[in-house]
Design a protein around this ligand. Sequence first.
Ligand code: ADP
Ligand code: MG
Length: 324
Amino acid sequence: EALANQIAAGEVVERPASCVKELVENSLDAEARHIGVTLEDGGITRIQVQDDGVGMDADDLLLATARHATSKIRQPRDLTRIQTLGFRGEALASIAAVARVRMASRPHASELGMQVEVAASQLVSGPRPVGMPPGTVVDVRDLFYNTPARLKYLRTVQTEQARCLEVLQRAALARPDVAFRCETGGRVLWQTSGDGNPLSVMAALFGAGEAKQLLHATRRTADYAVEAWIGRPTQARSTRAHGHLFVNRRPIRNLAIHQAVASAFGQRLMTGRHPVYVLYLEMDPALVDVNVHPHKAEVRFSEERDLAALVQRVVRQALDEAFL
Ligand code: ADP
Ligand code: MG
């Protein structure tokens, strides 16, 4: 059973960044308005995610770290219309199989929180009452301490931290209505206000000066709503990582859309340079297949060519208007 947990864990928790992603998705699923993330050593020694979401009672807390204990699928038909980000009930159990996890949670209606500690899938302490504000704190320490082979495959602290920050930036951009705070080494790296304005998230993440230069474009068709903030050619970067795509408020990767943006720049982009953009697409969920990849970052669109052509037109028009 312990081994089965460790094997399953490998599919969900590859590295600190995947852990951060799962924990933040849980906070969002719990309808948190504020999410604070603390990283130590790129998340390898510690990842703490604190939220003010709905919380869990003692039973849920114990269940949460058991495999396939999701509270998010009540009926089989729920599987076809997944609204929440997590639905497999594996993330917390997988993390708890390969780390020391302290979880404390307080539903809003309760006076006190409850806390459990789990290490390598074993309950170490609790549940016992703790004083805490409503919400949930998940504290993950010493990731892969019991699976040295996996620990060995981690990259440097800087690389792991960069990946964690990328996940957090994408989450903050996806949800401008949620206030995110990101800390490491006792220092706040950035925080967003949760005011719902994507541009204020961009100002928090990229700097006010960079954000102010972005071109803004919106378009609505029968099937799609597009809202884009596009970096000027002078803001282009040397990697693709500065192109951000969100579909129905979820961070997504899709090569066709990225290429559509890049091709809209055409000659305006120097060779080897990649556009900076934050692109929000809204559409009927039936037009998106999220199950292409188990981690759900990669999606397929049922009308991919039409969508790519639309994105290309929107971006090209914004550039043309700015540079005519
Ligand atoms: P899933 O998200 O797929 O349901 P997880 O392993 O990520 O599975 O979480 C298991 C369960 O623990 C969730 O279904 C939810 O009930 C509960 N849970 C996890 N994190 C939180 C949180 N931050 N706030 C409230 N409940 C949570
Ligand atoms: Mg989850």
